[in-house]
Design a protein around this ligand. Structure first.
Ligand SMILES: Nc1nc2c(ncn2[C@@H]2O[C@H](COP(=O)(O)OP(=O)(O)O)[C@@H](O)[C@H]2O)c(=O)[nH]1
Ligand SMILES: [Mg+2]
Length: 149
């Protein structure tokens, strides 16, 4: 038991339980470290908090996209493989997806009709391949989150 922990420390402890993301947890743990009195009896607790911070840092390193860019649409792969159909505006991407899969992306003769990625399943013999309709790429304008990897 550590003596002389200030009341704010216990408030932070309660906040820590409610925090959801690793970033939030790291920020709160760092505050806890700065609040706590630095003497012999708190050494173990300081070490424990530091080890928690490094655990959450490692979690963030493992899932950088989720940690940093949770507002970006992410399509999990389903089926045997994931194929993104990319290309310039009006090149027939949405037409191709709607011909090969049951997905019904909007098809129009004005550019940049597709604003979010739309997945569809293409069956080839007994294999299912996931096709993704993507917003058009162009040098003038692209959805800022479009990134293929
Ligand atoms: N002539 C011709 N028009 C096409 C073909 N594929 C699509 N289109 C037309 O081109 C326009 C744009 O198609 P769309 O699939 O929305 O293109 P996207 O912007 O790449 O998704 C639509 O009016 C389609 O009807 C094709 O193979 N030949
Ligand atoms: Mg389209």
């Amino acid at each position: 038991m550590v003596a002389n922990l200030p009341p704010q420390y216990y408030e932070k402890e309660a906040e820590l339980k409610k925090a959801k993301t690793p970033e939030e947890k790291i920020a709160i743990l760092e505050e806890m470290l700065s609040i706590m009195p630095k003497h012999k009896s708190s050494e173990k607790l300081q070490a424990l908090i530091k080890s928690k911070i490094s655990k959450y840092r490692k979690m963030m390193e493992k899932s950088p996209q989720i940690a940093k860019r949770s507002a970006v649409p992410v399509i999990e792969r389903e089926g045997a493989g994931q194929v993104a159909i990319c290309g310039p505006p009006n090149s027939g991407k949405s037409t191709l997806i709607s011909a090969l899969t049951k997905a019904k992306p909007e098809i129009a003769d004005y550019p940049f009709t597709t604003k979010i990625p739309v997945p569809g399943m293409m069956k080839y013999e007994d294999i299912k391949i996931q096709l993704i309709d993507t917003p058009s790429l162009s040098t003038e304008f692209s959805e800022n989150w479009v990134e293929i990897y």
